[in-house]
Write a protein that binds this ligand. Structure first.
Ligand code: SF4
Length: 311
């Protein structure tokens, strides 16, 4: 087993200490953008699991400037933790869905802030035109730039069902272009999507092992109020996992993941006021503790089965 500090997987915390020599926290920013899946370009209802906040329910107030957002989030964090530097995380909606000159203005405001160590931009692979890529490449020369892509699954039927709105080949192309610019790619996946079981999830993991990505967020499927998924759930069209099922699946994902890929998330915590199910997921600390306990009990680690498969 590799050595990643106290955890049997390559955690984000470990990666950040390796990269910056200290603990770094994220400030969640709002660039005031929307998403082609919501503004009528590709659709107007969004992905079926996405809340009105566009997956950015924890982001700062969009009416503030970027510098003001950073300062307000810093204040909130400093009350709780001794923090010196931060990652500017553009989280809400699709954060490259705007003209490149506007993106340049807000990203530059963030990346040149003296307390910002890196930029992380959540977006879709079909919103990375040549001008945006050129900008990201330039910003990546100033400080590290990470791009987070919401893939969720590699399976076309599920992608259609959740209304993702782009093909897997578009994701592959985006990863290739970002890697040419030496930009780190972090991929979001959702475990427990309707119609997907263990086999489909592990196929996504195995695909991502070969995709050349640097990080992964493993999200649990949440049912949030006001989403189309909530309607499906109420009529019995989909179900959610128990904590035990989720922990088993997470362990399998970790065992099959390449030890080179950093784990940015092992669960998700949907906003409590919007969460319909599974309610156990609102106790994030308990979920993480259970995962860590099970890893210990089973004496297993990230890449255990990946390494066997690659021999
Ligand atoms: S692409 Fe992202 S922001 Fe847009 S609808 Fe889907 S999950 Fe929401």
């Amino acid at each position: 087993m590799q050595k990643w500090g106290e955890k049997p997987y390559r955690s984000l915390d470990f990666h950040l200490r390796e990269l910056f020599g200290e603990k770094i926290y994220k400030v969640s920013l709002n660039g005031g953008m929307t998403c082609p899946n919501r503004d009528g370009t590709l659709g107007s209802h969004g992905c079926i699991f996405c809340s009105a906040g566009g997956s950015g329910d924890f982001a700062a107030d969009r009416t503030l400037s970027i510098r003001e957002q950073i300062e307000s989030q810093k204040k909130a964090l400093q009350g709780k933790k001794p923090v010196k530097r931060y990652i500017a995380y553009f989280q809400a909606y699709t954060n490259t869905y705007a003209p490149a000159d506007y993106l340049e203005k807000i990203f530059t405001e963030a990346i040149t802030h003296p307390d910002i160590a890196a930029l992380s931009i959540g977006t879709r692979p079909d919103c990375l035109g040549p001008d945006v890529l050129e900008l990201l490449g330039r910003l990546n020369q100033i400080k590290p730039v990470w791009v987070e892509l919401g893939l969720q699954t590699i399976h076309p039927n599920t992608a259609r069902l959740i209304r993702r709105g782009y093909e897997l080949s578009c994701f592959d192309q985006a990863v290739l272009q970002l890697r040419r610019l030496h930009i780190d790619v972090i991929v979001h996946t959702i475990l427990g999507l309707p119609g997907e079981g263990t086999a489909q999830v592990l196929e996504t993991i195995s695909y991502l092992n070969r995709a050349g990505i640097q990080g992964i967020k493993l999200h649990l499927l949440h049912i949030l109020k006001g989403t189309e998924l909530a309607g499906l759930y109420k009529t019995g069209g989909c179900s959610v996992m128990t904590l035990e099922e989720y922990v088993d699946l997470i362990l399998l994902c970790l065992e099959h993941l390449s030890p080179e890929i950093t784990i940015h998330r092992l669960t998700g915590d949907g906003p409590k006021d919007l969460l319909l199910a599974p309610l156990w997921s609102s106790k994030k600390r308990t979920v993480l503790n259970t995962i860590h306990q099970e890893l210990k009990i089973k004496s297993t680690w990230q890449g255990r089965l990946y390494l066997q498969e690659s021999i």
